[in-house]
Design a protein around this ligand. Structure first.
Ligand code: NAP
Length: 259
């Protein structure tokens, strides 16, 4: 299917690895020029070089922390006029409700709620003036069904979800859509670190931790960044203009809910 995105320009935050990289690669495959970002320059440059070679699209790299105001300004200055924004950042650490203090919540809110909001606020006026735009926020299945040890994530991402629910309906008239993609477990470094937490808590091996988690997923496996990226590219496509303010689970059926 032709996604109708050739020549568009996208900023994909936190995209040297994992789900962000999956999104960047799928957009590049559709002919989109990219601005890619991560904190570590080496992995970012390597990922960008692969994409330039494989898909023959322009790729600009910006090594910075997207969760800081300075990082956001640097990114936005490099990005210029954007057609597509994919927001992403690392997730907050797991823990216990009784351990988290105000500063822990402020850090989580900054990274996983206020950063995507700041980026949207900066790019939406240009998209609306040009009459076309796509925003995809990478959030988590935890906004539909909370994960106890990820209380910081549950809290911050649910706040973003509420913001998107309202804002997406305020900008849709101008040809701009905002939607959220909600990953369940995917085979990325984040999954490795979550499984490592289980090995430490339960005294089991990484294989056992993975098998234990896979058994809870109807698809009996972890998702791939390629599948995730393809869903993102479709949401950004010309065909998805009537999809507004949705929260789309990509979780192999793992979230046991009816709607
Ligand atoms: P990942 O494999 O660990 O990759 C994270 C990427 O983001 C890397 O490129 C990393 O590069 C970059 N990054 C992290 N913090 C950043 C920051 N502050 N500024 C700029 N770049 C940053 O993680 P992932 O699995 O793709 O997860 C992406 C998001 O989805 C996370 O928020 C995660 O919590 C959420 N999620 C993931 C899963 C899953 O199963 N994978 C499930 C639910 C939710 P640098 O380290 O060099 O900055």
């Amino acid at each position: 299917m032709d996604l109708g995105l050739k020549g568009k320009r996208a900023l994909v935050c936190a995209s040297s690895k994992g789900l962000g990289l999956g999104c960047a690669r799928s957009l590049a495959d559709a002919g989109v020029a990219l601005v890619m970002n991560a904190r570590s320059a080496d992995a970012l440059e390597a990922a960008a070089a692969d994409i330039r070679t494989e898909f023959d699209v322009p790729v600009t790299t910006v090594a910075c922390d997207v969760t800081t105001e300075e990082g956001q300004q640097t990114l936005l200055a490099a990005a210029g006029d954007l057609d597509i924004l994919v927001t992403n950042a690392g997730g907050p650490p797991p823990g216990m409700w009784s351990d988290w203090e105000r500063d822990d919540f402020i850090a989580a809110l900054d990274a996983n709620m206020l950063t995507p909001i700041a980026l949207m606020k900066a790019v939406l006026p240009g998209m609306m003036a040009r009459g076309w735009g796509r925003v995809v926020n990478i959030t988590s299945q935890s906004v539909r069904a909370p994960i106890g040890v990820l209380g910081l994530s549950n809290a911050a991402r649910t706040g973003l979800t509420g913001y998107v629910a309202g804002t997406s309906r305020q900008v849709a008239h101008a040809g701009v859509t905002i939607n959220n993609l909600l990953p369940g477990i995917h085979a990325t470094d984040r999954a490795v670190s979550l499984d490592k937490g289980v090995t430490e808590a339960q005294g089991i091996t990484m294989d056992e931790a993975k098998a234990q988690r896979e058994a809870t997923i109807p698809a009996r496996r972890y998702g791939t960044k390629e599948e995730f990226g393809a869903a993102c590219a479709f949401l950004c496509s010309q065909h998805a203009g009537f999809i507004v303010g949705q929260n789309i689970l990509l979780d192999g059926g793992g979230t046991n809910i009816t709607m």
